[in-house]
Each structure stands twice: as C-alpha cells, then as structure tokens.
Design a protein around this ligand. Structure first.
Ligand SMILES: [Zn+2]
Length: 339
C-alpha cells in the first residue's frame, strides 16, 4: 500500500474522531481493512495527517482574522477582535485577541451577580503568551464564562466587584477602567505568597481566619492572634490592604462574599442556608423593639439583627444576601422559615 493511500485512509478517520490516538487508529485500520501497519509507520502517518487537517501554526494565525469575522457574523452583537503589529521585517504579526460572544453577554446581564473574576495562565507551545479569562457568577454561585481578555463597558462601577490575582497588569487595568469598583484579590494567591516565608499549618489557619472574619472586631481579634503566633507573619499581612482580601472590609450589598477566584470550595446558597439553620440552635434571640433582635451566642458574643433592613452586625447577611445563623435564630423566634 502506498503512503499516499495510507494518508487518505487516515485522513477520514482522524477527521471524524480528532482525539483518536495511534493505537485506536491502528486497531480500526486492521479490523476494517485487514491491513498490517507498523507502529512507527502509524505515528509518522498520523503526524502528517494531523498537520494536513489542522494546518501549521503559521497558517492558523493567518486564518484568525477570518475566524473572528465568522464569529461576528454568526453572533451579531459579539465583541471579537484581533490586534496585530508590524515587525522590523514589515511582517504583520499576531499581538492579542479578545472575544466576548453576544449570547454570553446577554446571559451575564440577565442572570449574574455584579461580580467579575479574572485569572490568567501562561500558554505552552511554540509561541508562548498568556491567556486571560473573565468569569461571572450566576445566582447559584456557579461559574459563568464571560470573555477572554477584558473590555467591559460598565456605566456604574460603584456596584461592581472585580476579583483578580496580584498580577500588576491586572491590578492597574482595573484601577484605570473601573476606578469605583471594589477590587478584591484572590486570597488563595495571597496565601501562596504568604507561605513562601511563613510556613506551617498553624499560620495558614490564622491567615484564613483573618480573611474569613466578617466584621471589624472579629478581624482585629484574629489579627492579634496571628501577631501572638508570629510577629513577622503579622507584619507581612498587615502591610496588605485588608479591603482587598478580608470579608470584614468588603462592601456590603454585593450578595457575594467569596475570597478566592477558584470557586470550588464555595458552598451553594442551599448549603449556606442549611448551615445558618444549624448555627441558630446555639443562639438565643430576644426582641429589642422595632423589628430588631439582640442575639446572644456562645462565648458571650452578642449581635444585633435588623429584620426590616435585613442586616446583622456580623455582616454576613449583608455580604451574601443570605441570612446568617443569628438572623435564622430571629426568624425561628418569629416562627417563620428562613428562605
Ligand atoms: Zn449574624
């Protein structure tokens, strides 16, 4: 069998199943066509066939402009563009690409929180570069893909929360484009930097307690406990603006209190509510007039819940938009179900 015939044979199979590996391919060819093919020959042919189907990297870059044009045509209202620059030899080269499809924009505006998470990763392959992604969060705290790279027209950025890692470029871009938005930094990135010089489970636990503290007194208490454990670790953390990493300093009313960009550890609304229902059993609520309750908790802690304003001075209700354990105790006292 000539190698031309082999290429043609493989071409159809690989085109139909692009993920096919050489062993699967050889099995298929042997079974269907009763042909014997060596592994080495299989590899070489597969390589050629892949290049024929996908094209070289250079060829693919040349097609980008057309690809973006097709995307715009198929999804009117999308923002898709490629930027190129001319090098010393006068050749136009790829610089960056931005893509935000119209259906994703629409879905984001219709059903997501005023929260944007940004993350980046370095690309492997012959040209390197960086991929930046932005995600939103839907009502069920699930990730919602939004765009790659950033260019959002947000009229009132005061009500927005942007979360990024500590990359200088991103921090500056948010400051320039959305000066009024709340800018949080991913606490996981903060911890990654923290642990370079401050190791150990005890310190890790202390840092996360400071990040999770939802009101000022709790934050001060947790920072003091960290200081008692390590002056140096405390100094390192105290230098970071708590507005960017501790719940106690986050703006209320965002319906979102997450600390990290990777949302896997985040509980769903249902679970948060179930926890609040469990927590309330250790608290005692007493009516303090005009829809307010005083809630006494273990260790002598006291909180004030305002049922009309939907606030508690532990701030969790305002931060998440879901009742905290203290509020649940008040609702229970009123013989209502927290929903
Ligand atoms: Zn509370």
């Amino acid at each position: 069998m000539t190698s031309r015939l082999a290429n043609k044979l493989f071409l159809d199979k690989v085109r139909k199943t692009p993920s096919m590996n050489v062993h699967e391919l050889l099995t298929k060819v042997t079974e269907e066509l009763k042909l014997d093919f060596s592994l080495k020959k299989g590899y070489r042919t597969l390589q050629k066939v892949r290049a024929a189907i996908e094209g070289s990297h250079e060829k693919q870059y040349e097609l980008l402009e057309d690809f973006c044009g097709e995307l715009r045509k198929a999804n009117p209202g999308s923002t898709v563009f490629v930027e190129t620059e001319v090098d010393d030899e006068g050749i136009s080269r790829f610089k960056r690409l931005y893509m935000c499809l119209e259906p994703l924009k629409r879905g984001y505006l219709a059903g997501c929180r005023c929260w944007i998470g940004m993350d980046g990763c370095f690309l492997k392959g012959p040209y390197g570069g960086q991929l930046l992604t932005t995600v939103g969060m839907d009502a069920d705290n699930k990730m919602y893909p939004l765009a790659i790279a950033v260019d959002l027209r947000i009229s009132n950025s005061k009500n927005w929360c942007i979360m990024t890692d500590k990359q200088k470029g991103l921090v500056q871009a948010v400051r320039d484009k959305l000066p009024e938005a709340e800018h949080r930094c991913c606490a996981q990135h903060l911890y990654s930097n923290f642990k370079l010089n401050h190791r150990g489970l005890a310190l890790k636990d202390r840092l996360w307690r400071c990040a999770r503290a939802s009101y000022m007194n709790q934050f001060i208490r947790e920072m003091e406990l960290l200081r008692q454990q390590s002056e140096l670790a405390h100094q390192w953390l105290a230098d970071k603006d708590p507005k960017t990493w501790s719940r106690s300093h986050f703006r209320a009313g965002m319906d979102c209190d997450i600390l990290v960009n990777n949302m896997s550890p985040l509980s769903e609304n249902f679970e948060i509510l179930e926890k609040a229902k469990r927590d309330q059993s250790t608290c005692i609520a007493s009516y303090a007039g005009t829809n307010r309750y005083r809630v006494s908790c273990p260790f002598g802690e006291q909180f004030v819940v305002d049922m009309a304003g939907k606030t508690c001075n532990c701030r969790k209700w305002q931060l998440r938009g879901i009742p905290c354990g203290h509020a649940a105790a008040c609702i229970n006292r009123r013989h209502e179900q927290p929903e």
